[in-house]
Design a protein around this ligand. Structure first.
Ligand code: NAD
Length: 499
């Protein structure tokens, strides 16, 4: 009988992890940092070191950008749309074939339950397939003009060039595709800087892309710290576009750094999304829906509906059911098939979330469930019980600041007007949710909430064909859909004199 922990057994099956330190992936080859330095990355379920990553600095970023530029100007620029679409379909096949390994790596690296990462296969396949279709689907226009004489006016599109992609740790397996997909669909090249806490799936994907036939140098990966490799990439004068997903604080720095050469910038940032439960909602759906709208991925989702507003007349029943539901959630080893929530990504993140639990208590909110780090067999990992704060006011810090952990703030409201005012009283505007069976309420609220994505009687669904952009400090630039792909293109207008 094998008595090793499930995660360790999984780790031993992954050849990618037994092949020594993980270097940068540049020009289709593994390349160590020029400084020779590395950083540790940990398994959040056990606190043990999982891998050594190359510590990228300016010189490594320069090397990767220079390869990406050369590749962009070289043979890659002669790939036809059909060739790029076919390539992307081959990538789908390779990803499907290697999906179990990718899902296992993701779970080891950032702690999501394996059951959940395995279930993300469809999302990945649909996303990459969507980009394959987009490779054939962008075009300029001919414009009816009012010029005197025999003029033809038309617009043509061209890839912007080298794209820098900076992604967070909470779902790299999907996040990286908002860069890779756009680049392969349009003929751009890319340098990706994954998060230092979870870089492994990005590295392995880059290697698989070459196996699928993507030319070396099209997609490059430089690992390292945000303030070093990330900053160097966002400030690089030969990077034409930055696609960034991460915190609002870092987003601000990216904007400043990008000014050096006026990079095109797309930012997907933080959120403090409202999820509003009206008295006519079906509580059988609204209670688990609102709860998992916060707890999924241990609360590490940018669109988590962390401010749950409940109408006063159903408050007591809702709280009772919510607390009961929260206490029954199974938090545990990501490789246990019964586990619903794994650990937080790192010790630092656990400390950050725990500090907000303390702040909530100090502010006078009532802790009705969770709030404690889990011990026993889980003591070495970064596990937190699903946490409910009741009696929260919208002006408390726990209702205003992004916590990025399984912490739900429950706020009571009386009228629709009040709910709308409170929902919009936030510096963010990423997502929002409504639970109601009243079409008038639905209609007024869905128009009134200032957020890029609204879920009605559901939470957390996403389709790559549907784009969205954050309001206010949740960022700008459309993610998903045709406009996402357009962001990787320049538009040029041509006037032809036919006389
Ligand atoms: P973060 O901003 O600290 O880091 C994100 C990435 O930016 C990492 O790769 C990091 O190394 C890099 N980085 C850090 N400092 C940098 C700098 N000065 N210059 C360039 N790059 C730098 O965010 P995080 O804590 O890793 O991730 C959680 C945050 O991401 C949350 O705020 C969450 O809401 C947000 N997020 C947003 C979305 C979305 O689609 N809107 C999705 C997932 C996560």
């Amino acid at each position: 009988m094998n008595e090793l922990p499930l995660g360790t057994q999984a780790q031993q099956r992954i050849a990618f992890l037994s092949n020594g330190p993980k270097n940068h992936f540049i020009d289709g080859k593994w390349q160590p940092s020029m400084s020779g330095e590395s950083i540790d990355t940990f398994n959040p379920a056990t606190g043990q070191r999982l891998a050594l990553l190359a510590r990228g600095r300016t010189e490594d970023v320069n090397a990767a950008v220079s390869v990406a530029r050369k590749t962009f100007e070289g043979p890659w620029s002669r790939f036809t749309p059909h060739q790029r679409a076919t390539l992307l379909m081959r990538v789908v096949e390779i990803l499907e074939k290697n999906y179990e390994e990718l899902a296992t790596l993701e779970s080891l690296d950032m702690g999501a339950p394996l059951k959940r990462t395995l279930a993300m296969k469809n999302v990945l396949v649909q996303t990459v397939t969507y980009f394959a279709a987009q490779a054939l689907n962008w075009a300029g226009t001919t414009v009816p003009n009012s010029l005197p004489g025999n003029f033809t006016t038309l617009t043509i599109k061209a890839p912007v060039g080298v794209v820098g992609g900076i992604i967070p740790w909470n779902a790299p397996l999907i996040s990286m595709w908002w860069i890779i997909g756009g680049a392969l669909a349009t003929g751009c090249t890319a340098v990706i800087k994954p998060a230092e806490d979870a870089s492994l799936t990005t590295l392995r994907t880059a290697e698989l892309l070459v196996e699928a036939g993507v030319p070396a140098g099209v997609i490059n990966v430089v690992t390292g710290l945000g303030g070093e490799a990330g900053e160097a990439l966002s400030a690089h004068a030969d990077v034409d576009r930055i696609v960034f997903t991460g915190s609002t604080v870092t987003g601000r720095k990216i904007i400043q750094a990008s000014a050096v050469n006026m990079k095109r910038v797309q930012l997907e940032l933080g959120g403090k999304s409202p999820d509003i439960v009206f008295s006519d909602a079906n509580l059988e759906k609204a209670v688990p829906g609102a709860a998992m709208g916060v707890y999924t991925n241990s609360g590490q989702i940018c669109t988590a509906g962390t401010r749950v507003f409940v109408q006063r007349s159903i408050r007591e029943e809702f709280v009772e059911r919510l607390v009961d539901f929260s206490k029954k959630i199974k938090v545990g080893d990501p490789f246990d098939p019964d586990t619903q929530l794994g650990p937080l990504v790192s010790e630092q993140q656990l400390k950050r979330v725990m500090s907000y639990v303390e702040v909530g208590g100090q502010e006078g909110a009532r802790l009705s469930a969770g709030g404690t780090r889990l011990g026993g067999e889980l003591a070495n990992g970064y596990y937190l019980a699903p946490t409910v704060f009741d009696d929260v006011h919208n002006n408390m810090r726990i209702a205003r600041e992004e916590i990025f952990g399984p912490v739900l703030s429950l706020i009571t409201f009386d009228t629709e007007e009040e709910a709308l005012k409170l929902a919009n009283d936030t510096p963010y505007g990423l997502g929002g949710g409504l639970w109601t069976s009243n079409i008038r309420t639905l209609s007024r609220m869905m128009h009134g909430i200032k957020a890029g994505k609204i879920w009605v009687n559901c939470w957390g669904l996403n389709d790559p064909a549907a784009g969205f952009a954050g309001y206010k400090q949740s960022g700008y630039g459309v993610k998903g859909g045709k406009d996402h792909v357009e962001g990787f293109l320049y538009e040029k207008t041509i006037y032809i004199n036919g006389d």
